[in-house]
Design a protein around this ligand. Structure first.
Ligand code: NAP
Length: 256
């Protein structure tokens, strides 16, 4: 167990940071990936070591195939194996869904490059190593993929594409590698505060908590525990979407 290795893309912040720490607490060796935030990623790697694991921070832009291959190679160079891949890195543009002119083709292309093509490239680069260890992949999607809400139309569509991509890969990678999807609802992370701004963030958060059947937003730790289960447990589960959203995906349609 102490030998197992996981790559967490976008591990320097929010949900990815919580996943990296949770896996370290469980004795995993963690590759904390980031694209820009070097100091933050190195801080998370240090915290992983303090939590009982081993960790390295590795810069790679998941939109670049060469970076994806180098990221997988960094894990193999360091520890000689790979047991799990969490495609958590993501991006968006906050644009009201009614504001059609607020989204350009370039916005779609940038968002798809990171949210859809990135996980594909990471899965392709990691597949040979994951097949050897009978490993697991978790792709971090969003409630937005199901209810077509969230920060923008381009974002919701990209996460729906990620769900479909995950189903294809679950079939393609079986029987050696399981591929599942985590679909968070509203999670308290820098993504939300930066995207909405403090005032609107508080309003959106409150509305979500009122509508969600479980009457609260979620925390990064809720997401991390679900990811850990999909990786370490869930032995006969593949091609599945797990909503960790306070029940929001079954909220009354009249209220959404
Ligand atoms: P966050 O706190 O903003 O963290 C985003 C992470 O992604 C950072 O570590 C960032 O690192 C990394 N990243 C961004 N672009 C990258 C790239 N091209 N290559 C590699 N890393 C990249 O966001 P979060 O809220 O934790 O979101 C994490 C995931 O959860 C995303 O996929 C998001 O769509 C999904 N999600 C979030 C929520 C929510 O309510 N927060 C809800 C549903 C789904 P750098 O700063 O170094 O770029």
């Amino acid at each position: 167990m102490a030998e197992r290795v996981v790559i967490v893309t976008g591990g320097s912040s929010g949900i990815g940071e919580a996943i990296a720490l949770e896996m370290a607490r469980r004795g995993w060796r963690v590759v904390v990936n980031y694209s820009k935030s070097t100091a933050q990623a190195e801080g998370v790697a240090k915290a992983c070591v303090a939590a009982g694991g081993e960790a390295i921070a590795v810069r790679a832009n998941v939109a670049e195939d060469a970076d994806c291959r180098a990221l997988v190679q960094a894990a193999l160079d360091q520890w000689g194996r790979l047991d799990a891949l969490v495609n958590n890195a993501g991006t968006t543009k906050f644009v009201l869904h009614a504001d059609l002119d607020g989204l350009s083709a370039e916005d779609f292309q940038r968002i798809y490059a990171i949210n859809v093509i990135g996980p594909f490239q990471m899965c392709r680069a990691a597949a040979p190593a994951l097949r050897k260890t009978r490993g697991a992949v978790v792709n971090v999607s969003s409630l937005a993929s199901r209810v077509a809400t969230g920060s923008s139309i381009a974002y919701a569509a990209s996460k729906a594409a990620l769900n479909t991509l995950s189903m294809s890969l679950a079939r393609t990678f079986a029987p050696e590698v399981r591929v599942n999807v985590l679909a968070p609802g509203f999670v308290d992370t820098p993504w939300m505060t930066a995207g909405y701004g403090e005032e609107r963030y508080a309003r959106v958060r409150e509305t979500y908590a009122q509508i969600a059947p479980l009457k609260d937003v979620t925390q990064p730790q809720h997401q991390a525990e679900a990811v850990a289960w999909l990786i370490e447990g869930a032995a006969q589960v593949t091609g599945q979407i797990l909503y960790v959203d306070g029940g929001m995906h079954v909220a009354s349609p009249r209220k959404v």
